[in-house]
Design a binder for this molecule. Structure first.
Ligand code: HEC
Length: 285
């Protein structure tokens, strides 16, 4: 063997060739490498208090939105759509302010994703009318001719299955999402109120329950809540027949309710980039 073929690299006395040709040795080195990478990424989140500050106005999903979020996952929308705007200029110009950690703090599991066959949806809320969404979900190519998105015809026909809604909220509450026993007990009236199938009786109660200023989890309840505005105005909950038909609650109602609130809970001032200092206080750059 020539000197060249031997490679020549040495790691603490072991030649490179030996490492690459022996599975056990290679596995040990790979394990060390992955462990170091993992520790560097994971450990800081345990001792940094402000790694994920609670932000005023960011709230968990209402029961109807929660079901919409479940349909989003069931239909695999995440296979083509991300929900995380990165802090780069091109992203901000296209989608809006970059995503904050708190904005997906109540998502289990996260929909950040990285695959963008379609656009990022993190700030989709309010971008289009409900009528646009209805048409786009039925037949994407009827509004965007070059679209490769599938038709989701069944969503407007299927009645929303609410047999798991209460259980979903209970499980999320166990995972520290701050749903109160009152929020959970009223899941059904709130769900119907938001989809406007109850003649408007439940709307005020729904708003009182969900338009709270602070929805911090666990020990952050009384502290560490970041304020982004001088005077807080909650983003109003959308209450209407999202699929254009108030007679019943369909899967499309739930999905559009979810899509229309994405990225709306924090009030960003146009053109301002918000950052945190190391004490968790927001400042502007
Ligand atoms: C096969 C990939 C694919 C899947 C799966 C998919 N989409 Fe899309 N989506 C696209 C593409 C491509 C576009 C851009 C063209 C268009 O608007 O139709 C798009 C656009 C959109 C838009 C408009 C976004 C904007 O800012 O203009 C919305 C809303 C949307 N999709 C929602 C959904 C939902 C909800 C689901 C799941 C039920 C879904 N998509 C599943 C590919 C996909």
């Amino acid at each position: 063997m020539s000197e060249y073929k031997k490679g020549g690299g040495m790691i603490r006395g072991i030649p490179h060739d030996t490492i690459e040709q022996s599975l056990p040795i290679l596995a040990v080195f790979v394990a060390i490498l992955v462990a170091v990478g993992g520790i560097v990424e994971i450990v800081p989140s345990y001792y940094l208090d402000d790694a994920e500050p609670a932000v005023e106005g960011v709230r968990p999903y209402t029961p109807l939105e929660l079901e919409g979020y479940a349909i989003y996952r069931r239909e695999g929308c995440f296979l083509c759509h991300s929900q995380m705007i990165r802090p780069f200029r091109d992203e901000k110009e296209r989608y809006g302010h970059f995503s904050l950690a708190a904005e997906s703090g109540f998502d289990h599991n996260y929909q950040w994703g990285s695959k963008r066959t379609g656009p990022d949806l993190a700030r989709l809320g309010g971008k289009y009318t409900d009528a646009w969404h209805i048409q786009h979900m039925r037949a994407p190519r009827s509004v965007v001719p070059e679209s490769v998105m599938p038709n989701y015809l069944w969503l407007e026909e299927n009645k929303l299955d609410t047999s798991k809604t209460k259980r979903r909220m209970e499980v999320l509450a166990m995972m520290n999402v701050p749903y109160s026993p009152d929020d959970i007990a009223n899941w059904e009236v709130d769900l119907k109120a938001q989809a406007a199938v109850d003649d408007g009786e439940g709307e005020d109660a729904l708003r009182t329950r969900y338009e709270r200023k602070v929805w911090a989890m666990g020990e952050k309840q009384d502290e560490d809540v970041t304020t982004w505005t001088d005077s807080f105005e909650p983003t109003p909950i959308n209450v209407r027949a999202f699929d254009g038909d108030a007679s019943d609650v369909t899967e499309l109602d739930a999905l559009i309710a979810y899509l229309q609130m994405l990225g709306k809970s924090v009030h960003f001032e146009e053109g301002v980039d918000y950052y945190h200092d190391k004490f968790g206080q927001p400042y502007r750059k």
